[in-house]
Design a protein around this ligand. Structure first.
Ligand code: SAM
Length: 369
């Protein structure tokens, strides 16, 4: 009788080679990601300033499924994978900052309120969320402001690469949450396509996106906000460039959380109504087999974001330049109050320290005669 092609001992050998090969591949891949993080920190450390290297997901050539997976992962991180009711979330912390730093001030300026939560009849607040990606924290913040803080809010999601199907799904579950269907560049906002009434307080929000812009672009962006008299809230989560650990934290956290991201992405495609059965199947399949690709993109872009991020001092310096720029464009009957600081997300135990967020808030204040 012919000898069997694979004997038990040769099969065991093959298994061993396969397992060792996978372990070697995975550890090389992880080492490369950590090494990238270290190299970026080293460049920033030597240069002693931010560097503006390419982020993959913002490029037109980035495959749509990779962009979508990275943005869905960010969205799920903001809302702690839907577990806010148990452990809190970064989105909840931002909503509390909005009440404390913007809504309460707007209302007390109007002389109409001392206690924010009790004044249901205050003016409408319209949020124009720039660079919304897969939604980020915005839908949940909108929900909390309306239901827990009783603020009359209307919110518009917008992006250079609009994720219309994802936004449509989010809007179905949130009254007065809307989206701008066409691509909207944060550097040239078409206000007419968003605002229909002049008597609302307008707040521009930018979550995890301020670092996408070069200093001159930031000045342009802030100056446009000032000329229009809008309030601004910028939140940069997790990204800092003070220490090598700021850079290494990103690969570490993203790898640990990747099964949860994948779960969230699959859940989205299963339940979102706007995909055909074929689309659902291919997108879920791509998300699973493409995990090493989109996770590497997420980590790469996160590390680059750390290198690109602005310090408090740099942010405040840019606001001054933007005010000068705005005052050249037109005489303004108000000035601006700016504040930059870092605050941890209200999460339990160690997670709190692992989720620092840099805030920049700007509010127009009437000039005193
Ligand atoms: C890191 S994602 C943040 C998404 C979301 N805000 C969040 O927190 O999850 C950055 C987003 O900025 C968008 N973006 C980059 N440059 C832009 C521009 N000039 N105008 C509008 N959006 C832009 C990208 O398409 C991307 O969706």
């Amino acid at each position: 009788m012919k000898k069997a092609l694979t004997t038990p001992s040769s099969r065991a050998q093959l298994d061993k080679i396969f397992v060792l090969g996978s372990l070697f591949g995975a550890s090389t891949w992880f080492c490369c990601l950590f090494l990238t993080a270290f190299v970026f920190w080293l460049i920033v450390f030597v240069k002693k300033k931010r560097i503006h290297y390419v982020e993959i997901h913002e490029k037109d050539w980035c495959p749509e499924f990779i962009r979508m997976c990275t943005q869905m992962a960010l969205h799920s991180g903001w809302i702690t994978f839907g577990l806010d009711w148990i452990v809190g979330s970064a989105a909840r912390t931002v909503s509390e900052v909005i009440i404390r730093e913007i809504v309460s001030k707007v209302r007390s300026d109007k002389g109409s309120i001392e206690n924010v939560d009790k004044n249901v009849n205050a003016q409408k607040v319209v949020f124009i969320d720039l660079c919304s990606g897969g939604g980020g924290p915005t839908p949940f913040i909108h929900h909390l402001l309306r239901t827990e803080h009783l603020v009359e809010v209307e919110t518009y999601l917008s992006d250079l690469h609009p994720q219309v199907k994802q936004w449509k799904y989010l809007c179905v579950h949130n009254d007065h949450l809307k989206y701008v269907e066409k691509s909207m560049n944060a550097l040239s906002i078409d206000m007419a396509s968003v605002l229909d009434s002049k008597d609302s307080v307008v707040v521009r929000s930018m979550y995890a996106s301020f670092h996408h812009f070069l200093p001159l672009q930031v000045i342009h962006l802030l100056s446009d906000c000032i000329v229009n008299g809008h309030a601004l809230i910028v939140v940069e989560p997790l990204i800092k460039r003070d220490h090598v650990l700021d850079f290494l934290q990103f690969p570490f956290m993203m790898i640990l959380q990747s099964p949860l991201y994948l779960f969230w992405i699959i859940r989205h495609y299963l339940f979102a109504p706007d995909y055909s059965i074929f689309e659902k199947f291919t997108k879920i399949f791509l998300s699973i087999v493409g995990l090493p690709l989109w996770l590497a993109t997420l980590i790469h872009d996160g590390v680059v974001s750390c290198a690109r991020t602005y310090t408090h001092a740099e942010m405040l310096e840019l606001t001054k330049l933007a005010e000068v720029d705005a005052s050249k464009k037109q005489k303004l009957p108000y000035s601006y109050q700016w504040k930059a600081w870092t605050e941890n997300a209200h999460l339990p135990f160690l997670a709190k320290a692992l989720f620092p967020m840099t805030f920049l808030v700007g509010m127009p204040v009437p000039l005193k005669n």
